[in-house]
Structure formats: C-alpha cells, structure tokens
Design a binder for this molecule. Structure first.
Ligand code: FAD
Length: 427
C-alpha cells in the first residue's frame, strides 16, 4: 500500500464539499495561502468579523499535516514551559505558555459551537514513561506544569496500566486539558464554518509566486491572481520552494502512522477504555491512540518510503505486540506519513514577509491547538493592526543552519532505532 493512499482520516471523515479552483483576477482584503488549521482558523475568524478573505489551497483542505496527524490536542508545545521561557525570555515565554495552555479550550469550544463532527474526546492525554530516564523527565514536566496551576497528574505504574491497558510503562503524565480528535474532520469542519461565515476557499489552486508591488500583495496561480492588502502564508511543512517564508526556514521531519481494523469488543474495553491519546518518552518517540470505531493507531518518526519503509513497518508490528500482546499479529488497514516543520530552537515562528504579510510555521509537531490559536491571532492582528495580538513577536525570516544534515540525522536515526527495536524486545 502506498503511504499516500492509506490515510485513515480520509477514509473516515464525512465527505466534504469541494471548493472550486481560482479562475480569473480577483481582489480581497486578505489572502491566506494554505488550507490547514492555521489558514482555516485565520479565514474563519476573519470572515466572522465581516472581513473579505480568500484562502488558496494547492490540493484539498487538510492535505498537509492537518489531515495526517495523530489527533492529540495538546495544551502547549513539546518543549516544557520552563524551556519556552528560557528560549524566548521570561515575559515572551510566559505569554506563549499561557496562550497555548488555553489552546485546547479554543479547539473544543469551536468544535461545540460550530457542531463539528470530528470524534472529539476530551479525556486528557497520557505521556508515558518507558524508562527511568523517561520517568525523571515526566517528574520534571509535572513539577513545571503544577507550578503553573495546570490540571496534571502523575500516574503510577498501576494506574497507568489501568488507563492504557499496557504493562509497559513506569508512569504517565495525565493532562486533563488535552484530548483527541479526528484531525481531517476538524479541518473540514473549520473549512465549512469559514465558508458559511463568508470566506471564499479555493482548492486545487497552487500559488506559483507572491510579491508586494509597493501597494498590495499580488498572488499568482495557474488560472488567476488575487490582489490583497494582507497576506498570511500558512503552508508550514508543506511549503514549496518558491512559496515559503524563505528557503530552509525549517527542517522537515517525517512521522508515520498505521492503524488496525476496528478491534473486537473485549480488546477495545481493555485498551485505552477512556480514549486518552498517548505518546512515550522514547528517544525516538512513538504515539498510540484509538479512534471512534476502535482502531488502534500507532505512530513514530520516519517516512514510509525509500530504504527504511520496511524497517518501520516491521518495528510497528513488533511494537504493537510489545504494547498489547493480546493483539497477536493484527494486520494494519491503513498506513501513511506526513511532514513536520522543525526549528532549531523548537519554537513556532511568525516571519514578517513584507508589509501586512506574515508567514506562520514551525509548530515542531504540535499544530492542532497552536495552529488554531495562531490562526485566530493572525485574524485579530489583521483587523486591529496591533502586533501584540500575536502569540509571539514577528521577526524577519531566518535561514536554519544545516537543514540537509538534520533531515538525514532524523531519517537515519529513526531507521537505526527501529531496526534495533524490530530485532529485540522493544523497550
Ligand atoms: C504525522 C504527523 C503527526 C502529527 N501529530 C500531531 C498531533 O498529534 N498533535 C498536534 O498538535 N500536531 C501534530 N502534528 C503537527 C500538525 O499536524 C501541524 O503542525 C499542523 O497540521 C500544521 O497546520 P498548518 O495549517 O500550519 O499546515 P498544514 O496543515 O500542513 O497545511 C499547509 C497547507 O498548505 C498547502 N500549500 C503548500 N504550498 C502551497 C502553495 N504554493 N499554494 C497553496 N497551498 C499550498 C498544503 O497543500 C497544505 O494543505 C503532526 C504532524 C504530522 C505530519
């Protein structure tokens, strides 16, 4: 099965009304490039305020990371909150931490308000310790979150076994603010809401280039142009060479996932009975969750193409049996992968690309709540012209160093870890 053809979320999301490609020359107040969470949230929040906005998506809504991810709606970044403050400075870091801590509230309130059917479950997430080092990491994360009053709990091995159904973990950090969704269904729901609020969305419309002519932005596509005062570039890891904040602004990292067929009732009751989304403390991280029909979805770093594809698949089969021996040799029904935009300081970026123009990217694998939050903030910034609306200060686009080598490091590192893991009991 080709990785592109097997995206579970495309098979289980409700059908979506195709949006026509752009044809002809049009004007708008704002143009958004990219139809993922960031672009859709920007378009929705702008349209809701009566703003004239056009969104251009090269493929289909949710084609990028937004339609391929695990579906964990996290309250913050991968970097723990102290690390965010160390990197950005105490004031800017505390601002970002606070805004992102409330990210799941925004996502789940939009889902409720807009009646988006996307398998939303808000029973928290479990970050699971698979080693003593992992446990020390979780204790540190727990202390940092507790200090900020976050509703987190460090579960012991017995409680973790009860919640996950697996005997493999020493502990788990439960974060009640978080939850899981069917990510493509959420993206499609946002697209529907944006259209209903008056935004114009175009699919099958790759932007070829964009420029500011001194007065307005001019966005060129194959069959038309858009002229607009404001531009939001929301292409994240799916940016093309010419339509990006700048070349090598981030390092792409692949993450793959595979899902089983729906589990039978007995297994379903013992594996993640409350539906928390999980990931572990492994140096090459893996994630696991169940969807609404009881499929177990397992993921880790790597691309399901090229030399390492078979290794990742072999590792995944073994990992599932290791986590849940009762599963036996359950086959995978869907396999797929996607690209994550990594930055060297692990912080998201807002880059100034010209007058009234920003690019938002670099969520480092945490883009559901942050993308929704940053999109809403971009809309507020456009309406108010007040940069303090933005969760982080915009900066000039920067080139990341050694992106080629970092990409190879991720690729070979994950392949080596999975090769070793597929040959012995995975720890
Ligand atoms: C496998 C995987 C697992 C992940 N798991 C999680 C998770 O569990 N929780 C979490 O919070 N985050 C997760 N992430 C990260 C999250 O999915 C992303 O950060 C988020 O989707 C980014 O949203 P976005 O709208 O910025 O970009 P995207 O969703 O990638 O959208 C960008 C869009 O831009 C379009 N585009 C690109 N170039 C052009 C052009 N020239 N013209 C027009 N359109 C263009 C693309 O087609 C694409 O649809 C995961 C990512 C991956 C890949």
């Amino acid at each position: 099965m080709a990785a592109e053809d097997g995206i579970l979320w495309r098979a289980t999301a409700a059908a979506h009304e195709e949006q026509p490609a752009l044809s002809g020359d049009v004007e708008a107040q704002t143009v958004v490039i990219g139809g993922g969470f960031t672009g859709l949230s920007t378009a929705f929040h702008l349209a809701q305020s009566g703003h004239d906005v056009r969104l251009l998506e090269a493929q289909t809504i949710g084609y990028g990371g937004s339609g391929r991810n695990v579906g964990l709606v996290n309250a913050g970044l991968w970097t723990p909150p102290d690390g965010v403050e160390d990197t950005l400075g105490v004031i800017a870091g505390a601002k970002l931490n606070q805004i992102l801590a409330a990210g799941p509230d925004l996502v789940f309130s939009l889902i409720n308000k807009l009646n988006i059917e996307c398998e939303a479950v808000r029973n928290g997430t479990l970050h699971c310790a698979d080693s003593k080092t992992g446990l020390a990491d979780l204790e540190e994360r727990f202390n940092q979150q507790k200090k900020r009053g976050a509703p987190v709990e460090l579960l012991n091995a017995t409680l973790t076994r009860k919640r996950t159904g697996s005997r493999r973990f020493l502990a788990a950090l439960h974060d009640r603010r978080a939850g899981t969704i069917q990510p493509l269904a959420y993206a499609r729901g946002l697209a529907w809401a944006a259209t209903a609020a008056g935004a114009t969305l175009h699919e099958g419309t790759p932007v070829k280039k964009y420029r500011h002519d001194g007065t307005d932005w001019r966005i060129q596509t194959a069959n038309g142009t858009v002229t607009a005062q404001n531009l939001v570039l929301a292409t994240n890891a799916y940016a093309s060479r010419r339509v990006t904040a700048r070349r090598s602004a981030f390092t792409p990292l692949h993450y793959f996932q595979m899902s089983t067929a729906p589990l039978d009732d007995d297994l379903r009751e013992s594996i993640l009975p409350n539906g928390e989304g999980c990931w572990d403390t492994g140096s090459v991280m893996s994630s696991f969750r169940v969807d609404a029909s009881g499929r177990l979805v397992l993921g880790s770093v790597g691309a399901l193409k090229g030399f390492a594809a078979k290794t990742h698949l072999r590792w995944a089969r073994r990992k599932l049996r290791w986590l849940y021996p009762a599963l036996g040799n359950v086959p995978f029904s869907h396999i797929w992968h996607g690209r994550i935009a990594m930055t060297s300081d692990h912080m998201p970026k807002i880059a100034e690309i010209g007058p009234n123009g920003i690019a938002i990217f670099g969520y480092n694998g945490r883009g559901i709540a942050p993308g929704t939050v940053f999109g809403r903030a971009a809309a507020e910034w456009i309406i108010s012209q007040d940069p303090s609306c933005l969760p982080i200060a915009p900066e000039l686009p920067r080139k990341e160093a050694f992106t080629y080598f970092k990409r190879k490091w991720y690729e070979y590192g994950a392949a080596a870890a999975h090769y070793i893991g597929s040959r012995r009991d995975i720890g």
